[in-house]
Design a binder for this molecule. Structure first.
Ligand SMILES: C[S@@+](CC[C@H](N)C(=O)[O-])C[C@H]1O[C@@H](n2cnc3c(N)ncnc32)[C@H](O)[C@@H]1O
Length: 202
């Protein structure tokens, strides 16, 4: 099966298909099945775990909101990468979650964080927020009850940095491979909600 577009965009920068990846809050394993051998997913939802297990994936039951969640991967070698797709909006304390993630990673390991974001404060913030709220999918994201909060892009970058991860790049993956992608990205990048952030353990 072809990898989802978000993952294809990320693998142009990081060869996730060759790395042992930790995927917290992996759901039924849409992404997990595309990572390298030895990759592991974590999720608290029993149905998601059963679905991923049925595909032969290594998924472990784990509540990322509980202190000590990383005990679920105790004994595994340090992860070569982490994939966090729509995760930070689900966890109650993102700083505590990320603080436990970093020590599980190998030095230099990339962390790819895909998240729906509100525009940063600054010039024309009201207009950019207005446009952001009208982008496809954004109102559904904001009204979904399991989404505990939505961040500004800058807040996510700050959370990653506080956890000892160096932010290397942020990009819009939605337009990649489409006609006029560069123009679309240029015109929308100040308010487009969904993006990928690449950070790396020092
Ligand atoms: C929007 S889904 C994302 C799944 C996957 N990352 C993807 O993008 O396909 C959110 C997932 O987070 C899981 N989740 C939410 N809160 C969690 C928690 N505290 N601990 C572990 N998993 C959690 C849910 O069970 C769900 O599978």
């Amino acid at each position: 099966m072809q990898a989802p577009a978000k993952l294809r965009s990320a693998t142009r920068r990081v060869p996730l298909g060759e790395l042992r990846v930790l995927e917290p809050a992996c759901g039924p394993g849409i992404y997990l099945s595309h990572f390298g051998p030895g990759s592991v997913g974590l999720d608290s939802n029993q149905e998601a775990c059963s679905g991923a297990e049925a595909k032969g994936l290594d998924i472990r039951g784990c509540d990322l909101d509980k202190e000590g969640w990383s005990a679920a991967v105790d004994g595994d070698p340090p992860w070569q990468a982490a994939w966090l797709c729509d995760v930070l909006m689900h966890v109650a304390d993102p700083a505590a979650f990320l603080a436990e993630l970093t020590p599980t990673l190998a030095p230099g390991a990339p962390v790819l964080c895909v998240e729906w974001c509100l525009p940063n404060p600054g010039l024309f913030a009201g207009l950019r927020r207005f446009l952001c709220m009208r982008m496809p999918g954004m109102s559904a994201i904001l009204s979904e009850p399991t989404h505990l909060r939505t961040y500004h892009l800058g807040e996510i970058e700050a959370l990653l940095q506080c956890a000892g991860l160096r932010v290397e790049a942020t990009w819009l993956h939605s337009f990649e491979g489409k006609p006029l992608a560069r123009i679309a990205e240029f015109l929308t990048r100040s308010f487009w909600p969904v993006r990928t952030i690449l950070a790396r353990k020092a």
